[in-house]
Ligand binder design. Structure first.
Ligand code: DOR
Ligand code: ZN
Length: 439
């Protein structure tokens, strides 16, 4: 049997799960980490002369080596919307963005509310082979918010959480039952917090900018009242609750308080909520149309602060591919969502550059915390674990060009942005799925 061996040499290895932060060499054999030790200036003298057993050396000097990044909020669109994305292109986009693991949302067609759709996704992901995919099942059948999906069946098929993402669960009683039922199966509930009656016909953040543009607004309260409701239901049921794509200052305040109370609440935000404001839509750029909407500078700053102080546990892209069919339209007709897998890490590194958080904190929010919240197990850089890791060049400058993306869609408002820092190598189970270390 052919054995594969890699020695990742001289990188700054950061892993909040094991507390490692230092210059280390990592030896990988047959997909598993076998040794992590202080980096030696010289290559170790081989004991044997068999050239086949010499590890292939990956030079990681001047680079950062982290446990494989995890994006717990991605839309892969397959089955049903293959013209926007397929599992294969989504997984390749993940690899190129530095993600070894992604969770995919159930708003496909058919909806992932049963075993056959979960099976299908897992089969396609295995064939794609460039990222680990953990499907998220639906909270309610068909995402219709009327009756619960079969969580036992979904759990057995391999889902790690349930969510009606894209749609809120408007019925509080159904949400209560979802939390109780999911808790029984050890499934996390991921809440898309939005009161649709408050959203009404709104298409962007409510305020003077919306008025000036002549567009109907969505108030912060559309999100915040649902965050309040779901925290109350979390307290009632004792079930873990994860709040998706937090965008509003008031939501942050409630989550901070809930955590201080000791409730099992966690939260995520997406790079666009800490990188952009509603100003991004002033040219009616439909690529900046997203749900929840981009908010004000005050909200953006509150999100940044919540990331810094630990109120928000996770950065997830909410990668939401759409084609020109849904985006080249009048602003109020266009679909919500933007792609994010290939810009998430560089945009997040800006938070470190701004001095808002340490690299350790960033790795926690993009790997350690999602792994813990989702109970993924066997994560982190330690001997015996699968060799899932990301090598980041923190100095590499590049210009965002959607035409170079592996995603099938191009809907990003970050086109043309000059960014610094990106993934240069991604390894999944000891297999190199992306490598531009020599470019
Ligand atoms: O902007 C969004 N797009 N927000 C969501 O919640 C759903 C997503 C999508 O599926 O396109
Ligand atoms: Zn989403």
């Amino acid at each position: 049997m052919k054995t594969s061996r890699y020695l990742i040499k001289g990188g700054r290895v950061i892993d909040p799960a094991t507390g490692i932060d230092g210059f280390m060499d990592i030896l990988i054999e047959d997909g598993t980490i076998v040794k992590i030790e202080k980096s030696k200036a010289q290559s170790p003298k081989p004991n044997d002369t068999d050239q086949n057993l010499q590890p292939e050396v990956i030079d990681a000097s001047e680079k950062i080596v982290t446990p494989g990044l995890i994006d717990m909020h991605v839309h892969l669109r397959e089955p049903g919307h293959e013209y926007k994305e397929i599992i294969k292109t989504g997984c390749l986009a993940a690899a190129h963005g530095g993600f070894t693991t992604i969770c995919c949302m159930p708003n496909t067609d058919p909806v992932n509310d049963n075993q056959s759709v979960t099976d299908y996704i897992l089969k396609k992901a295995k064939l794609a082979g460039t990222a680990r995919v953990y499907p998220v099942g639906a909270i309610s059948r068909g995402l219709r918010g009327k009756s619960l999906a079969e969580y036992g069946e979904l759990k057995a098929a391999g889902v790690v959480a349930v969510s009606d993402d894209g749609n809120p669960v408007m019925n509080a009683q159904l949400m209560r039952r979802a939390l109780e039922y999911a808790k029984g199966f050890g499934l996390l509930v991921i809440a898309h917090c939005e009161d649709r009656n408050l959203t009404a016909n709104g298409v962007m953040n409510e305020g003077v900018t919306a008025t000036r543009l002549g567009l109907a607004g969505i108030p912060n309260a559309a999100e915040t009242v649902m965050v309040a409701r779901d925290i109350a239901l979390c307290e009632l049921t004792g079930a873990p609750l994860h709040i998706a794509h937090v965008s509003a200052e008031g939501s942050v305040r409630l989550i901070r308080k809930a955590k201080a109370h000791g409730l099992p609440v966690t939260a995520e935000t997406a790079p666009h909520y800490f990188s952009l404001t509603e100003e991004a839509v002033i040219n009616y750029d439909t690529n900046a149309k997203v749900s929840p909407p981009l908010r004000t500078a005050k909200d953006r700053d509150a999100i940044r602060k919540a990331l810094a102080d630990g109120t928000i546990d996770v950065i997830a892209s909410d990668h939401a591919p759409h084609s020109s069919i849904e985006k080249d339209l009048e602003f109020d007709q266009a679909a919500n969502g933007m792609i994010g897998l290939e810009t998430s890490l560089p945009l997040s590194l800006q938070l470190v550059e701004m001095g808002l958080m340490s690299l350790n904190d960033l790795v926690a929010k993009m790997s350690t915390n999602p792994a813990r919240i989702l109970n993924l197990g066997h994560r982190g850089l330690k001997p015996g674990n699968p060799a899932d890791l990301t090598i980041i060049d923190p100095e590499k400058k590049f210009t965002v060009d959607p035409n170079t993306f592996k995603s099938r869609s191009r809907n990003t408002p970050f086109n043309g942005w000059e960014l610094k820092g990106k993934a240069v190598l991604t390894m999944v189970g000891g297999k190199i799925v992306f490598d531009e270390t020599r470019e």
